[in-house]
Write a protein that binds this ligand. Structure first.
Ligand SMILES: *Cc1c(COP(=O)(O)O)cnc(C)c1O
Length: 399
């Protein structure tokens, strides 16, 4: 790959795809892979979903882009649908997850500035978090490997151990504005925050006048079988960042907030050239047509349970390869006992795509439209990969 003109920021596989059909990705030479990575939880409706293709084509023939200085009807429509389906009263559209987090962080800081408490700008975050790759979001994520070499870490983030409520309480000071957390850590290794912990965080925020800021960039838009993962805990945030699944592959995100939390975001405080442009909005509306249709989220719950149960059986059968299956809905993680890269390679050899995460976990996040038959196929391929890893372990032991 030394001849590639691209930055060397990714250790890229040689695999290269020409097209996609539903849960399948097809290489130039016709090899078919069952996609259980979904572009890291992006292709919520799989590849080339007819309704999304039609929506994008129809919009492409009308209007691609206008500035946010004009009213964009498709943006108003998607914003309205999002506030009707969630806790939120206000929406700001972005091009990516990290930008949605930037908007969320700015909204939280501005809220206190507006109340004359500008010294309250700090957010409490959790170890293992991932919030993006901008300078603010690498500071929020707090992972040394992403911060190293990029100058002083942006101030304003206090990190505590994952789910540690006593540490959260101890970290609250006169400069604290709120708590920023993923209901299910994605990059961190499909680590769900226990529902009682999420409820306790809501309570801590209420008691201390803090804002609860959720990052549902990966866990949102149906991934866990609810529209948003925090709904499982029966709580609502004040501010929430979303992206990935909402675009189904078209790059965009959004920051959602209550009227009160967004009160400081007045003309001139924030903006984006492309955020919420007509092409993105056409696709986002089409994604919601499907995800919010009658019975869709229930089908994700049902299929998620089926997939989890069947993968649990594979884990039981291959205790030398796998430690556990965890997660909710179609946001699942297989924790490995051998280096996850070895299992990932065998999955690929068996025509299944997964993606690694923290804690030696491989993420199993197929498109939400996966059928029960395709779930059977995915499990069979994971099974084969596990058997291949085991055969190698036996061979290594015999030598
Ligand atoms: C992917 C991700 C982000 C960053 O999104 P980008 O679109 O890559 O900027 C932020 N938070 C979480 C939880 C993510 O999974």
């Amino acid at each position: 790959m030394s001849t590639s003109p691209l930055y060397k920021t990714y250790a890229r596989s040689e695999l290269s795809f020409e097209r996609g059909e539903g849960v399948w990705l097809v290489t130039v030479d016709g090899r078919r892979f069952l996609d259980c990575a979904s572009g890291v939880a992006v292709n919520s409706l799989g590849h080339s979903h007819p309704h999304l293709v039609e929506a994008l084509k129809a919009q492409a023939e009308k209007l691609w882009h206008v500035s946010n200085i004009y009213t964009i009807p498709e943006q108003e429509k998607l914003g309205r649908r999002l506030i009707e389906a969630t806790f939120a009263d206000r929406v700001f559209f972005t091009n990516s997850g990290a930008e949605a987090l930037e908007a969320a962080i700015k909204t939280a800081r501005r809220y206190f500035h507006d109340k004359g408490e500008g010294e309250r700008y700090r957010l409490i975050t959790f170890e293992g978090a991932f919030h993006g790759r901008t300078l603010a979001t690498i500071a929020a994520g707090g992972q040394e490997k992403y911060l190293e070499g990029f100058g002083p870490k942006m101030p304003g983030f206090d990190q505590v151990p994952f789910g540690d409520l006593d540490a959260v309480k101890a970290a609250i000071g006169p400069e604290t504005a709120g708590i920023l957390v993923e209901p299910v850590q994605g990059e961190g290794g499909i680590r769900p925050l226990p529902t009682e912990t999420l409820r306790a965080l809501r309570e801590i925020c209420d008691r201390n006048g803090l804002l609860l800021v959720l990052d549902e960039v990966q866990s949102g838009v149906g991934r866990t079988g609810r529209f948003f993962a925090h709904e499982w805990a029966g709580i609502t945030p004040d501010i929430m960042a979303i992206a990935k699944g909402i675009g189904g592959g078209f790059p965009f995100g959004a920051c959602l907030a209550t009227e009160e939390a967004a009160a400081g975001m007045v003309p001139g405080t924030h903006g984006s050239t492309y955020g919420g442009n007509p092409l993105a909005m056409a696709v986002g509306n089409a994604v919601l047509d499907v995800v919010l249709s009658e019975g869709f989220l229930e089908s994700v719950q049902r299929k998620g349970l089926l997939l989890k149960q069947r993968l649990a059986a594979v884990v039981d059968q291959h205790p030398r390869v796998f430690e556990e299956i965890r997660g909710t809905g179609l946001m699942l993680g297989l924790r490995c006992r051998v280096p996850s890269a070895e299992v990932l390679a065998e999955m690929r050899a068996n025509g299944l795509l997964s993606v690694a995460a923290g804690e030696n976990v491989l993420r199993i996040m197929p498109p939400l439209i996966i059928s029960e038959e395709e779930i059977g196929e995915a499990v069979a391929r994971v099974e084969k990969a596990a058997a291949a890893v085991e055969a190698k372990l036996d061979k290594g032991a015999a030598e």
